[in-house]
Design a protein around this ligand. Structure first.
Ligand code: NDP
Length: 301
């Protein structure tokens, strides 16, 4: 079935609801954050640890990851480190082995790691392969590998939060047949991978500009389109099975990715992201796209 209309937007309860509602989590609650040695990921590890969870800070570079972890431990926060390069299947496998030995059960996964090689107003696709591999296949492979470890507890509900971008909203895709496929309730992972493959082929042979792809930061936007689409398919697959899957656009944030430009700090973006990861289990949304406006807006994917 094809859904013609754009998703309807809904408001999310204010942050004060989280602070006043009973905590469903404890220090036994385990969260994993990818790409967390700096930027929004680092701020999110800090916020979740401050809220009292046990947090695994992961980073692709050992030294940067250890340094970030030690800085949080020196503040008395309960943070562990493990190396994880989400663009490398062997690194994902190594991380999952480490996680199995050290934890074995997972409550919150934040797929945050991502790359973009463009300056703000550039639009080169020279690194399209790396961008798609890191920003789409990375979260997908990691999520699939960690699925068996999620705690399926009705009183808490496990959560997957994919840090995405409005640049990857389906309405940025001008190619009608691809857009209809993305908006269909019958969308499959194979179709998403075919769309990513089609983009990479056109980036490779130089025909991408006429392909109806998103016009800003095209390779990054396509990676986030694919991540949003994967969120939608996975949420449907896991509905009623104790795991909610959502994505979140932090908005224009001052990090390395934006060369320090942006309308908010990484801490401000992480505050909202942490709140979304900790929403009360009752009526927990799934398959939603949250944006960091005030109030926070949620659209069904
Ligand atoms: P940063 O560039 O500051 O941080 C990105 C993080 O991802 C770094 O820790 C980086 O590690 C890590 N990373 C990159 N590649 C890999 C990899 N292969 N494996 C593991 N980690 C990796 O960016 P932000 O904090 O801004 O980005 C965080 C998320 O927010 C991203 O998903 C981004 O797309 C999203 N976002 C950001 C916006 C913004 O305005 N900043 C707007 C919308 C979305 P290293 O230090 O080693 O490079």
């Amino acid at each position: 079935m094809v859904t013609q209309m754009e998703p309807k937007e809904a408001e999310i309860p204010p942050l004060s609801t989280l602070l006043t509602s009973p905590r469903w989590w404890s220090s036994d609650t385990v969260a994993v954050v990818t790409g967390a040695n700096k930027g929004i990921g680092f701020a999110m590890v800090k916020r979740l640890a401050q809220m009292g969870l046990t947090v695994v800070l992961t980073a692709r570079d050992n030294d940067r990851g250890i340094k970030a972890t030690e800085s949080l431990r020196s503040e008395g926060l309960h943070v562990q480190f493990s190396k994880l390069d989400v663009s490398d299947a062997a690194s994902i496998e190594g991380f999952v082995s480490w996680f199995t030995e050290n934890f074995g059960a997972l409550d919150v996964l934040v797929n945050n790691a991502a790359v973009s090689f463009n300056d703000l107003y550039d639009n080169s696709v020279d690194h399209a392969d790396t961008v798609i591999r890191t920003n789409f296949y990375g979260p997908k492979l990691l999520t699939e590998a960690l699925l068996p470890f999620f705690r399926r507890c009705p009183s808490s509900n496990s959560r997957i939060l994919n840090i995405s971008s409005r640049l990857g909203s389906f309405n940025k895709v001008k190619n009608q047949s691809i857009r209809q496929m993305l908006q269909s309730d019958d969308l499959t992972v194979d179709q998403i991978e075919a769309i990513a493959g089609q983009f990479l082929e056109s980036a490779g042979d130089g025909t991408w500009k006429a392909g109806g792809w998103p016009e800003v930061w095209t390779d990054y936007a396509v990676s986030k389109v694919a991540l949003n689409a994967y969120t939608k398919v996975l949420a449907k697959r896991l509905r009623g099975k104790g795991i909610s899957v959502n994505c979140f656009c932090p908005g224009f944030t001052q990090t390395s990715m934006t060369r320090g430009k942006g309308s908010k700090t990484a801490e401000e973006a992480a505050e909202v992201a942490a709140w979304l990861a900790l929403l009360p289990p009752e009526g927990l949304p799934t398959g939603n796209f949250f944006t960091c406006s005030k109030p926070v807006i949620s659209s069904k994917l």
